[in-house]
Design a protein around this ligand. Structure first.
Ligand code: FWO
Ligand code: ZN
Length: 392
């Protein structure tokens, strides 16, 4: 299977200029000013016209409830599992699945099966072992065995802190979880990160500052998310990032959250860059299929919406068009930075030998035209590939 994309503007995310890209099977085989090849005989070969388009790495979404989530309003508020179309039409070619509040009605085994299903359908999938709660519910009975023995498990999460729905874990419990995840990651060549869900509670990042200041664990062992959900946490997030930590902003949101002080991910990125946070410390993730529950000040449930992977592109567009951030910088938080944080080798950049995970965006409005995952066409000229055929 060979594809040649001609004359696209390449953002790798660094701008490389107008180039041709040769894709052989699932890899980027060559990037050059002008690549000419012609075959005799029947070869599976396709030329894609990239004129007027921007070519970027496929998005890496590090926090998606691929099995569905929710339930905070009772069983009828469980959210549905994700479909391949929800993912590919969002430009996502690599996804990390997780469980959330409900670690009883949803199982790690089912999460793994869903990740395998999406892999069979053509995208790259990984999972975090566990859910909001401590002790961590695993597949093998051990965090270290899950990370070392199950290829798709790259870390632990999402573990809830500073939230009325958390298991109220002690800092000692979080230390032990991170220690196990780290060593299992080292022994298996994986990130072994702990994805931390931050709620609106006043204790914010106290546990993480305590751990990174009083143990040997590196600050990059954690990926704290929802970091712009309120202005106080956002201020702490900036301090935490300046200490060398990763900070992840959730792109799924609701206007009612903004009234309560949540800072839109695109705005949070702008404010971070203006305050001198190094761009390589910041990531976006969608919380796709996760519930966005609303509670009143007595913590009573008043309703919920659902996150979507499509908000990654919406916040990319908002960052460029509403906040004036250069597309190279915005693409970093969706591609190269999550790839580095999660130690996903050969992903997150357009480089010879890297996985052929690519998006063609129409230059004017940065809308998705084509999505290629591991060299396979998933969306072509805005038509979506469903069960093997391209449909509008
Ligand atoms: C966030 C996922 C939240 C689930 O605080 O954590 O609930 O299990 O599906 N979502 N609990 C949403 C905010 C960041 C807006 C989750 C959810
Ligand atoms: Zn969460």
């Amino acid at each position: 299977m060979i594809k040649l994309i001609k004359s696209a503007k390449i953002y790798s995310p660094k701008f490389l200029g107008i180039k041709d890209i040769l894709i052989v099977n699932d890899k980027i085989a060559a990037i050059d000013d002008n690549i000419e090849i012609n075959f005799k005989g029947n070869v599976d070969f396709e030329v894609i016209d990239g004129v007027g388009m921007i070519l970027t790495p496929g998005f890496i979404d590090s926090h998606v409830h691929i099995l569905g989530g929710g339930g905070e309003g009772g069983f009828s508020t469980r959210t549905p599992e994700i479909s391949l179309t929800d993912i590919t039409t969002a430009g996502v070619t690599t996804i990390v699945g997780c469980l959330g509040t409900d670690g009883v009605g949803r199982s790690m085994e089912a999460l793994y099966a869903k990740a395998k299903a999406l892999e069979e359908e053509g995208i790259s999938t990984y999972i975090y072992t566990g859910n909001y709660r401590v002790p961590v519910t695993t597949i093998t009975g051990s965090i270290m065995k899950d990370i070392m023995m199950i290829d798709k498990v790259i870390g632990v999460g999402e573990i809830a802190l500073s939230d009325h729905r958390s298991s109220q874990p002690t800092v000692e419990e979080i230390k032990k979880i991170a220690a196990d995840a780290r060593v299992a990651g080292i022994l298996s060549g994986k990130a072994g990160v702990v994805n931390i869900h931050l709620g609106d509670g006043r204790r914010m990042l106290n546990h993480l500052f305590d751990i990174t200041e009083n143990t040997e664990l590196p600050i990059t062992q954690f990926i704290p998310t929802h970091m712009s959900r309120n202005p106080y946490l956002f201020e702490e997030a900036i301090r935490y990032a300046k200490n060398g930590g990763y900070i992840d902003f959730t792109t799924s949101s609701d206007p009612s959250f903004w009234e309560e002080g949540e800072i839109k991910a695109s705005k949070a990125l702008k404010m971070c860059l203006d305050k001198g946070v190094p761009e390589e410390r910041i990531t976006f993730s969608s919380d796709g299929q996760g519930s966005l529950p609303m509670f009143n000040d007595k913590k009573e449930f008043i309703g919920l919406r659902m996150g979507s992977c499509s908000t990654l592109l919406e916040e990319l567009q908002a960052a460029v068009f509403e906040n004036g951030i250069g597309i190279e910088q915005v693409l970093m938080v969706l591609t190269e930075n999550p790839a580095r944080a999660l130690k996903l080798r050969e992903k997150g950049r357009i480089e010879k030998g890297f996985d052929a995970d690519l998006i063609l965006l129409e230059e004017e409005k940065l809308e998705i035209n084509t999505v290629i995952a591991k060299g396979k066409m998933m969306v072509k000229d805005k038509k979506i590939k469903v069960f093997g055929t391209f449909q509008k």
